[in-house]
Design a protein. Structure first.
Lengths: 374, 367
């Protein structure tokens, strides 16, 4: 009896746990790396137009990016996807999906109808990057790759750029899902666009789209994206140009620490954003524009500029638009839960809030030129 | 009848820890009708005295009965009582075999392989479990000791990899949750703390004593439960309320260099834990029902139990969404109340009464 049982167990485990049972071969899989969701064009059946970028396995040695694009329309995202599977004769496989792009037009319907299938799918990773696009989302899937990286991979790298481990945008699917379910936080998605550079087409970051509830409300660009990155503790990779004593100085932030302190005064929330920044001066327009003697003055000027930028951004985005993408509501609920419970609506409480910023800057390095030279 | 000790207290501790941690690792809203919240991690930290209190009736019974199992002691009081208690505990262990297997099958058929039949995974798990029963108690506990190290190290590794993703703003104070939330969390944890079942059946089989092993379990297991709940909340925040298997989801976003998606590790830990639990529960179920089985039918008892458990697990997995039994904390609390508190105390009281009667009845003088 024991031997028979042993034999049955071995056979069952060997057959069932070695992927012999039911797993389709690789060539019958559509390995989806990127998905673009657009509105169906005029003349097409109303609904969604889905474009998927699938990895095209090849047996030849080639340095070219190999991918295929498939497109279909449907009343829902899932219907369009199943049409693609039917047309290709292959089953979509989402475990390798890196980006999902939505056009601005399709997001006007709300984020949830676009996102529901992807959040339900057990194959789809919860850290897949989401982004909004200027123009057609499908165009982003045809930008130039880099070496063996296909367009979807290049976009994912761009959205995850930086040495900082901070999640730059709330653009991962699980962060978007979390913010959609709570009334005290709004979400952002990076805004991508296609730019012609010479003969090629490249994807560029065109701003940060802020959502109110699940619809896009406005786009942060210019100085506001600096403030957004600082508040999230993200050391922006761009150069920051500061006019100092009539000369332009370019610097790069190496680290940003941001802390939000909330207080309740006479029933009104007050937020203080404390920023600590470390930066390197990379370029000045005049020799000795920044020296050891005037370094404290430079640091003060930079801190003041940061404070002004942050406060203006908060004034516009938070107090005027009532959009909380800066985690102020989340800080308040954590630091003053008893007060938060008395509020009927966080969005209606926003106009009562006051915000201020206090920044502290230290210049770490000024390059090879000796700032001590007099 | 006392049994020769065959397992060490350390092995029992490892099994109890594995059993409890795997149950929480595989927490699902479907099984518990409760989304993970701030009170859950606090309740885990407050759990040790409640776990110790839960085991008190079993230890009270053991003081009265000596190193015999609850069924053997019931038989020593009276045969009809022994049969009734054996049947009840046999049914209890049958439930403990079916539940984890069906939950695992539900997980796989809803998350990994929706096209598979709900019969597939119960068969795949219970067939080896039947073989494990044939190998005996010692083999199962030796395996459990090894599996517990693997599982706990895997859990710690997943948590370590997830540390950079901890968001402090996701951790809210448990003291401002609605009134009764902390109590509900504690009751939920207690309703899933069924390891005392094992303690009731194995007093004579443990070298070094059951008390030490259980005390270690009561102090250490809640720390791991805290770690699991805290990690899920810190990483997923409110998103955990949308996920059927929150820890599995959290493991899915873990990344170490080029190695992505550690959810396969979480699934592997689940399989190993379910195999250990179902093997031991099946063995103890057979042990309870063996005295009730006619001698001629005894060789067929294990295959019959295995087949019945497979069928029940498949049915439970297929009807998990609408089957109210799986949502029912009151049902599980009822099981805890009857099997772990009422029955042991009743048997202890009956045993004391029998002893007192023997003392009161004067000895008949020899002629």
């Amino acid at each position: 009896m024991k031997r028979l049982l042993c034999l049955l167990v071995s056979a069952a485990l060997t057959a069932c746990l070695t992927a012999c049972g039911g797993a389709p071969p690789l060539k019958e899989r559509l390995i989806v790396e990127g998905i673009a969701v657009d509105e169906a064009a005029e003349g097409e059946e109303e609904g969604f137009a889905l474009t998927v970028q699938a990895y095209a396995p090849s047996s030849e040695n080639t340095t070219h990016n190999r991918y295929q694009l498939f497109r279909a329309t449907g009343k829902t995202v899932y219907e369009a996807l199943r049409t693609i599977d039917q047309n290709t004769g292959r089953e979509s496989f989402f475990a390798d999906t890196q980006v999902i792009l939505f056009s601005a037009a399709v997001l006007e319907r709300g984020l949830w109808p676009n996102l529901d299938f992807f959040m339900r799918s057990s194959e789809m990773g919860n850290n897949v990057c989401l982004a909004m696009t200027k123009g057609k989302a499908a165009d982003l899937l045809t930008v130039e790759g880099q070496g063996d990286r296909m367009p979807a991979g290049v976009l994912a790298d761009m959205l995850h750029y930086g040495k900082s481990k901070v999640e730059r945008f709330s653009g991962e699917m699980m962060t978007v899902g979390a913010r959609l379910t709570v009334p005290y936080a709004d979400l952002t998605l990076p805004l991508l666009a296609v730019e012609r550079q010479g003969e090629g087409r490249r994807a560029v970051l065109a701003g940060v789209t802020c959502f109110i509830d699940d619809r896009p409300a406005f786009v942060l660009n210019g100085q506001m994206t600096w403030a957004y990155n600082w508040i999230r503790g993200y050391a922006d990779e761009r150069a920051f140009v500061l006019p100092f004593r009539g000369e332009l100085c370019a610097l790069r932030f190496q680290r940003i620490q941001a802390a939000i302190e909330s207080a309740v005064e006479e029933g009104r929330p007050r937020f203080t954003l404390r920023l600590k920044a470390g930066c390197n001066v990379s370029e000045t327009a005049a020799f000795q524009a920044v020296t050891l003697e005037n370094l404290p003055e430079f640091e003060t000027a930079l801190a003041k500029k940061m404070e002004q930028t942050v406060e203006q951004t908060l004034q516009t985005v938070f107090l005027q638009q009532h959009c909380d993408v800066f985690d102020l509501g989340r800080s308040l609920i954590q630091q003053h839960p008893a007060y938060f419970q008395t509020l009927s609506s966080w969005r209606q409480t926003i106009p009562l809030c006051t915000v201020q910023c206090e920044a502290e800057v230290s210049v770490k390095r000024a390059g090879q030129l000796d700032v001590n030279r007099r | 009848m006392s049994r020769r000790p065959v397992i060490g207290a350390g092995q029992l501790f490892c099994y109890l820890l594995l059993s409890r941690v795997v149950l929480t690792l595989t927490y699902s809203i479907n099984f518990n009708a409760h989304t993970i919240g701030p009170t859950d991690w606090l309740a885990a930290l407050l759990l040790p005295p409640f776990l110790l209190a839960l085991a008190l009736p079993a230890f009270v019974l053991r003081r009265r009965s000596g190193p015999v199992s609850v069924c053997e002691y019931a038989f020593s009081l009276s045969k009809p009582l022994g049969r009734a208690v054996s049947l009840l505990y046999g049914a209890g262990f049958f439930l403990l075999t079916v539940l984890p297997v069906s939950r695992f099958s539900f997980f796989v058929t809803s998350t990994l392989q929706p096209e598979k039949s709900p019969l597939f995974f119960p068969l795949l798990l219970l067939l080896p479990a039947c073989y494990a029963v044939c190998r005996g108690l010692e083999a199962i506990f030796r395996l459990s000791a090894l599996l517990s190290v693997v599982c706990l190290l895997s859990l710690l590794a997943i948590v370590a990899v997830l540390l950079p993703r901890f968001d402090s703003l996701n951790i809210l104070s448990p003291f401002y949750e609605p009134r009764g939330a902390l109590g509900l969390s504690l009751l939920l944890l207690l309703s899933n703390s069924l390891e005392v079942f094992v303690v009731l059946m194995l007093p004579g089989a443990v070298r070094g004593g059951v008390k030490k092993a259980y005390l270690g379990y009561a102090l250490v297991a809640p720390l791991f439960l805290f770690l699991i709940f805290y990690t899920v909340l810190a990483v997923l925040g409110p998103y955990s309320a949308l996920q059927m298997f929150p820890f599995y989801t959290a493991a899915g976003v873990a990344k170490v260099g080029e190695l992505r998606n550690l959810s396969a590790v979480a699934a592997a830990v689940w399989i190993l834990g379910v195999f250990a639990k179902s093997s031991l529960s099946l063995l103890l179920c057979r042990r309870c029902l063996l005295p009730l089985t006619p001698k001629a039918a005894r060789p067929f008892l294990l295959p019959a139990l295995g087949a019945a458990a497979t069928a029940c697990a498949a049915w439970n997995s297929a009807t998990m969404a609408e089957n109210k039994l799986n949502f029912s904390m009151p049902l599980m609390l009822g099981v805890v109340g009857v099997y772990l508190i009422a029955l042991p105390l009743l048997l202890a009281a009956l045993g004391k009464r029998k002893e007192n009667r023997h003392r009161e009845t004067p000895a008949v003088p020899a002629r």
